[in-house]
Write a protein that binds this ligand. Structure first.
Ligand SMILES: [Zn+2]
Length: 577
C-alpha cells in the first residue's frame, strides 16, 4: 500500500470486528457460526450475505460480493479503500495521519482547489466582476444563489497561477491538476466559474462559462484528473443529499444550470450528470442515495435518448424510476424561466411511471389507426410488460390496452402469461456463480486452500510450475511473497494487502465466495497440483505435435517424439520443469 503500512492496516483490522461494523449498515442475524443479512450490493430481499466473525470476511452467495471490513465500508460508502481504513482507524483510536508518509502531497489537490474556488468567488465581487454580476442578474441568478453554488469569476491571464505561486504551490503541480497550462498561464480566463464538487463536497474541478465575448466553447471544464472523473461525479450530489428526506425522490438532470435554476425556485433535490451518459459508477452512487428517482432531462431528441439510456442503466437496481418529458424541446432551466416555478413543480409532481413512459415510447413512429401498426404496438407493449415486477401495474396496463385498442383482454392476458413463463425459465437457468472447467477448478481451489494452510502454500511454491491463468498466477505469487514476509497469512489481511490491485482483487473475491469444504485432504491438493501441471503438459504436447508435423529432419522428429512420449508417461509429473 502506498500510503499506510500493512502493519498499521492489519492492526486496525484486528481491533475492528467486521460483525459490529457491517451490522451498522445491515441487519444481521446469527446463524450457526456466522451472521446473515440482506446484501446491500445487489437488489434483494432475502438474506444472501454471510459475515464470518472467525475469518473476518463477508461473502454474498447471490451476487458474489465479498471482502474484508475495509472493502465492505469502501464499497458501501463509495469511498476509497484508504479512506475506509482511515475511517475505521479513527474509531479504534489509530490515527492514520501520522502514518501517511506523503500526506501533504496527497491533500494538496483539495487545498489548491478550495483556495482557487475562494479566489474566483472573491474576484466576482471586485470591480472586474461588475459585468459578470450583471450578466448573472440578467439570467435571474441572485446573490444568494451565487453564494450557495460558490459561483465565481476567472480574470486575467496569470492571476490565479500567480496567486497560487505566492502560496508556494509549484507550477508543475498546477499544470498537473488542470489549473495552469503548459505556458504557465491560467487555463480559465474571463469566465464565470462554477465549482464542481466530489461526493464528499470538496471542490475538485470547475466549469467555466463564457459571458462577455464570442467564443466557440460556451463552457469548458477542468480536464479529467485523479479526483475529477465525470463518470463518477454527479453535480450537486453533496447538497442534494442533505436536502433529501426519506422517501423523497432525487431529480436527475442533464445540466448544471438546470440544477441551479431549480434551486432558485426551492427545489433542492436535483443533481446532474456532467455532460456524459449515466455510468455504472453513477448507478451505484444513486442506488445508495435513494429509492426514488425522477429523470428530468432536456425536452429535445437528445434528451429522450439520454432518458432511455439512463433507464437502461438504472432499471434493474430496484430504484423506482419516474420520467418527466418537458415540452417544446425545453430544458428545465428554460422551462422554469418561461413557464414559471409552479408549472415546473406540477411537471415534477406529474412525472409518469416507468411503465407508462415505455408504453408511450413504443407508440413512436406508429400509426395507431392502422391495424398492422396497432398489432405490432400491442405485441411490443405486452412484451415490455413481461419485464415489470409489479402485478397490479401489469393488470392495469393490460386492461388499458384492451380498452384503448378494442382487443379482448383475455387474448392479451394469455399472450402475456405465455411470454412470462418463457422468461422465468430463462431466468432460472442463470447461475450467478462462476463455473470452472477442471483446470479452473484446480487453480482456484489451490488459491482457496493456500489462504488457509501454510502446508498448501509450501506445496504450491515447490511443486506448481506456473499457473496458466495470469491473475491466479499473480495471486499465488503475492500469497507466497506475503507468507515469506510475514510468516503467516489470513484472508482478511491479504485482501487489504492487494486492495489497490483491482484485477487480482476481483479474482480473489470470486475465489472467496466459492462453495468449498472448509477442511481438505492432502490427496485433494495433490490432485489439483497434478491437474495444473498437467495443463502445461497438454499445451506442450500440442505444441510438440505441431512441430512434429512441420519437422522434416528424421533425427529431430525422433527427438520430438521421444519428448512427447516422456511427457505422456508423466516423467516430469508434478514437478517444476
Ligand atoms: Zn449480493
Amino acid at each position: 500500500m502506498a500510503y499506510i503500512s500493512n502493519e498499521v492496516i492489519n492492526e486496525i483490522r484486528n481491533k475492528t470486528d467486521i460483525v459490529d461494523v457491517v451490522s451498522k449498515y445491515v441487519n444481521l442475524t446469527k446463524r450457526g457460526k456466522n451472521y446473515i443479512g440482506v446484501c446491500p450490493f445487489h437488489d434483494d430481499h432475502s438474506p444472501s450475505m454471510s459475515v464470518s466473525p472467525e475469518k473476518q470476511i463477508f461473502t454474498c452467495f447471490s451476487c458474489g460480493a465479498s471482502g474484508n471490513v475495509f472493502t465492505f465500508v469502501s464499497d458501501f460508502e463509495k469511498i476509497s479503500f484508504m479512506d475506509a481504513v482511515k475511517l475505521l482507524g479513527d474509531k479504534v483510536g489509530i490515527n492514520i495521519g501520522s502514518n501517511i508518509i506523503t500526506k501533504k502531497e496527497k491533500d494538496d489537490y483539495i487545498d489548491i482547489y478550495n483556495l482557487t474556488s475562494k479566489f474566483y468567488q472573491n474576484s466576482l465581487f471586485t470591480n472586474l466582476g461588475k459585468n459578470a454580476i450583471e450578466y448573472l442578474e440578467k439570467r435571474k441568478i441572485d446573490k444568494e444563489t451565487i453564494k450557495k453554488f460558490g459561483i465565481g469569476l476567472s480574470i486575467q491571464k496569470v492571476s490565479l497561477t500567480d496567486y497560487l505561486k505566492s502560496k508556494k504551490y509549484n507550477v508543475d503541480k498546477l499544470i498537473d491538476i488542470g489549473l495552469t497550462n503548459e505556458n504557465g498561464n491560467d487555463i480559465f480566463i474571463n469566465r464565470i466559474m462554477f465549482p464542481i464538487h466530489d461526493l464528499s463536497g470538496n471542490v475538485v474541478a470547475f466549469s467555466g462559462r463564457i459571458y462577455n465575448t464570442k467564443d466557440n466553447s460556451k463552457y469548458i471544464n477542468t480536464k479529467e484528473t485523479d479526483k475529477f472523473k465525470k463518470g463518477k461525479i454527479l453535480y450537486n450530489y453533496h447538497i442534494a443529499r442533505e436536502y433529501l428526506k426519506k422517501n423523497d425522490s432525487v431529480i436527475l438532470m442533464e445540466g448544471q444550470m438546470d440544477v441551479i435554476r431549480s434551486s432558485t425556485v426551492g427545489i433542492n433535490n436535483c443533481i446532474a450528470t456532467m455532460g456524459t451518459a449515466l455510468t455504472k459508477d453513477h448507478r451505484s452512487i444513486l442506488k445508495n442515495m435513494t429509492d426514488n428517482i425522477i429523470l428530468c432531462f432536456d425536452g429535445d431528441a437528445a434528451g429522450e435518448k439520454a432518458t432511455n439510456a439512463a433507464i437502461e442503466i438504472l432499471e434493474d437496481t430496484g430504484i423506482n424510476i419516474r420520467v418527466v418529458r418537458l415540452p417544446n424541446n425545453m430544458d428545465p432551466d428554460e422551462y422554469i424561466l418561461k413557464e414559471g416555478a409552479d408549472s415546473f413543480k406540477e411537471q415534477i409532481k406529474n412525472a409518469i411511471s416507468l411503465v407508462d413512459y415505455k408504453m408511450e415510447i413504443l407508440k413512436k413512429n406508429k400509426n395507431l389507426n392502422d391495424i398492422k401498426d396497432i398489432s405490432s404496438y400491442l405485441n411490443s407493449a405486452v412484451k415490455e410488460l413481461v419485464n415489470i415486477n409489479d402485478d397490479i401495474a401489469v393488470e392495469l396496463n393490460l386492461k388499458k390496452l384492451s380498452t384503448n385498442y378494442n382487443v379482448d383482454y383475455n387474448t392479451l392476458r394469455s399472450k402475456y402469461d405465455n411470454l412470462r413463463s418463457k422468461k422465468k425459465e430463462v431466468v432460472s437457468e442463470i447461475k450467478p456463480k462462476k463455473v470452472y472447467d477442471k483446470y479452473g477448478k484446480a487453480q482456484t481451489s489451490l488459491i482457496y486452500y493456500m489462504l488457509k494452510s501454510n502446508t498448501v502454500i509450501n506445496m504450491v511454491e515447490k511443486r506448481v510450475g506456473y499457473f496458466p491463468d495470469k491473475n491466479i498466477r499473480e495471486l499465488s505469487n503475492e500469497i507466497i511473497y506475503y507468507f515469506h514476509k510475514y510468516g503467516i497469512i489470513n484472508v482478511a489481511d491479504f485482501i487489504s494487502y492487494i486492495a489497490d490491485r483491482d484485477e487480482i482483487l476481483h479474482t480473489l473475491k470470486e475465489i472467496i465466495v466459492m462453495d468449498k469444504e472448509e477442511d481438505f485432504k492432502l490427496e485433494e491438493i495433490e490432485d489439483y497440483i497434478f491437474v495444473v501441471n498437467e495443463y502445461h503438459k497438454e499445451v506442450r504436447i500440442n505444441d510438440l505435435k505441431m512441430k512434429l508435423k512441420e519437422e522434416k529432419d528424421p533425427l529431430k522428429q525422433a527427438k520430438i517424439s521421444l519428448e512427447i512420449m516422456n511427457l505422456r508417461k508423466g516423467v516430469r509429473n508434478g514437478t517444476r520443469d
